[in-house]
Design a protein around this ligand. Structure first.
Ligand code: SD4
Length: 329
């Protein structure tokens, strides 16, 4: 049976799902509902990892990655490592609607968003993000390098081979090629990080969108899967949609949401498509944390995850309010 309109979101971001539902139930398009939903999360600062004031990078700065995709036209707009502008999903939509491009980055993305009328420049730091960052800075070596490179201060002995000085926003970080340092994941069970949302509207049109600060304490300039179509989200109206969350550095190598939608196009059930996409990653990276939700064009949905317990939210005509589903690894 057909179960749409439908709103699906990563994590128990109920207010975001309600905002998208109000839009889609009021006959707005899937694209507009995705904007309303993700925008609500940005305003509410969902989990402290979406919108302004969320997860800081190594320099203590909060930036925004966001994506929107129209599954009818296959139009995509995205911003990555956007600074000084709070409205990630609205900026992504402006890229999609008003340019011939797909992805704008960094301060140039901010300048575009502000020129197109979004508020800014604003400081995206909050008391909370600064506090988190200061504590981290005092207690940790750089966890972002796989091998060969450690920062020059606080990480013990190394054998210097090369040196890069990075000066940014008054902070100076010095990286030195040296001893290997174990790489710890920047995405953890209490660090949910991303709203990725799919909507099917009353006409059966499908759209997806994401918004996130990306991985906490990332190297400034790091872009995750959030703004990458096919990785964090994907939508093709006659096949279905997919939303994802997790360790974007790993996940973007597999385009799991493209995989899920393509599998469904070829006839796979959502549950199998979701499991298959996750297990392709897990075979190569058994320690990765991640999850996807597959939604077919009729509104049938299923999640799969690896390394953590995942939750996602659904609002459809068959329930009175948002339902939260738990997926075990
Ligand atoms: C990223 N995918 O930037 C995001 C983080 C995330 O749950 O979703 N964490 O890698």
């Amino acid at each position: 049976s057909e179960q749409y309109p439908l709103v699906v979101s990563t994590w128990p971001f109920k207010e975001a799902v309600r905002a998208a539902w109000r839009a889609v139930d009021g006959n707005h398009s899937a694209v507009d509902a995705v904007v309303e939903g993700c925008s609500a999360c940005e305003e509410l600062r969902c989990d402290g990892t979406v919108g302004p004031g969320g997860s800081p990078d190594e320099n203590g700065e909060t930036t925004i990655d966001a994506l929107i995709m129209n599954g009818v036209t296959m139009e995509v707009g995205a911003v990555a490592a956007m600074r000084f502008v709070k409205d990630g999903i609205r900026a992504a939509k402006l890229v999609m609607q008003h340019t011939k491009h797909t992805l704008l980055v960094g301060e140039k993305a901010s300048a575009f968003a502000i020129a197109m009328g979004l508020p800014g420049p604003d400081n995206l730091s909050s008391a909370d993000s600064i506090r988190k960052w200061s504590t981290w800075k005092e207690n940790h070596c750089q966890p972002n390098f796989r091998k060969d490179v450690v920062p020059s201060d606080s990480c013990g002995p190394y054998h210097a081979k090369a040196r890069i000085d990075v000066k940014e926003g008054g902070c100076s970080t010095r990286y030195l090629m040296g001893v290997a340092e174990p790489r710890s994941s920047l995405v953890g069970p209490h660090n949910h990080d991303t709203i990725s949302m799919a909507v099917i509207d009353k006409r059966g049109h499908v759209a997806v969108g994401t918004s996130t600060n990306g991985a906490t304490y990332k190297i400034p300039g790091r872009v995750g899967d959030g703004p990458i179509a096919g990785s964090s989200a994907y939508a093709v109206t006659d096949s279905g949609a997919c939303v994802a969350t997790g360790d974007g550095d790993i996940m973007m190598r597999f385009l799991p949401c493209y995989q899920v939608v393509e599998s469904m196009r070829l006839g796979m059930e959502p549950r199998l498509a979701a499991k298959d996409a996750i297990s392709r990653i897990a075979r190569k990276f058994p320690d990765f944390l991640g999850a996807v939700v597959a939604v077919n064009k009729n509104g049938v949905h299923a999640g799969a995850c690896h390394g953590w317990t995942f939750e996602y939210s659904v609002r459809s005509p068959v329930t009175d309010d948002v339902e939260v589903f738990t997926v075990l690894p």
